[in-house]
Design a protein around this ligand. Structure first.
Ligand code: BTN
Length: 260
């Protein structure tokens, strides 16, 4: 059971999370967000949250698995007020807000390009941002966030690469507080996207990234190549060193961070 009131009393936001659409069980909070937008039943800043998401969407058409009563699965709906060229930075900002929240629990969380959430070498959360486009304009953005929180174990096929906050902390974690902390930080970060310079977001992301100067695999001119991840530019794109040159890649081009 999730207590929406407990989320609300911990909010310091102006609009994020003030309206909470809670469902005990739902196929996907992102899908529900699309439905509510299409029916004109949702306003910017609202969140859709469920205690059991049974058909969650992950990035690259993968599924996102969540445990009933243990995970955080929610979607924040916003009307973008920033320039469309800042969309890459939005996705990085969401990752920053989650990692900074997990760090408040004294856990050593980090980011993997573009926005996977890691603790040590294992993934504990992910982000899927989708958009509702009308007449060639983004009308709404749906920011879907999934975090493994109170899971004690995972399927043997993923247990070596997946973890949860409570496994790492060795104690149960209150999910409502985590949701409120993420929304508090994210509202401020998204507001800062309206400013000319986004240096703060860039430097925060680089500081939290766990693979600066590590090898990456990527697709370049239809060929798989190996380069070194050097950081991100002002538009939130990856800077990769390939031989003696630096090339810029967007968020879909890199598909593997190599660990040696
Ligand atoms: C990833 O593949 O890393 C991204 C996973 C995103 C999962 C979240 S859970 C809440 C929201 N609703 C969905 O169906 N997916 C996102």
């Amino acid at each position: 059971m999730l207590f929406t009131q407990l989320i609300k009393v911990n909010l310091k936001t102006k609009s994020f999370g003030k309206v909470i659409e809670y469902f005990q069980k739902l196929n996907s909070t992102n899908k529900e967000a699309f439905d509510l937008i299409n029916e004109n039943k949702i306003s910017s800043g609202s969140i859709i949250i469920t205690d059991f998401q049974y058909d969650g969407k992950g990035r690259n058409n993968k599924k996102w698995f969540a445990s009933s009563g243990k995970s955080i699965t929610f979607s924040l709906v916003i009307k973008p007020e920033f320039h469309p060229k800042k969309l890459n930075l939005l996705s990085l900002a969401v990752g920053i807000s989650i990692v900074n929240t997990i760090k408040k629990l004294n856990l050593n969380a980090s980011l993997k390009w573009p926005n996977d959430i890691f603790i040590k070498e294992k993934k504990c959360g992910g982000i899927l941002i989708e958009s509702k486009i009308l007449q060639n304009k983004i009308k709404y953005l749906i920011i879907g966030i999934g975090i493994n929180v109170n899971e004690n174990e995972f399927d043997s096929s993923i247990q070596n690469i997946t973890t949860s906050l409570s496994i790492e902390k060795k104690s149960p974690i209150q999910r409502e507080l985590i949701i409120a902390w993420i929304l508090n930080e994210l509202e401020l970060l998204i507001k800062s996207l309206n400013q000319e310079s986004s240096e703060d977001i860039i430097s925060a992301w680089i500081n939290l990234c766990n693979h600066i100067n590590k090898k990456v695999n990527f697709l370049h001119n239809k060929k798989i190549k190996e380069g070194i991840f050097k950081g991100i530019n002002n538009d939130g794109e990856a800077i990769i060193q390939l031989d003696n040159n630096e090339i810029i890649l967007n968020q879909t081009q890199i598909f593997d961070i190599l660990t040696d």
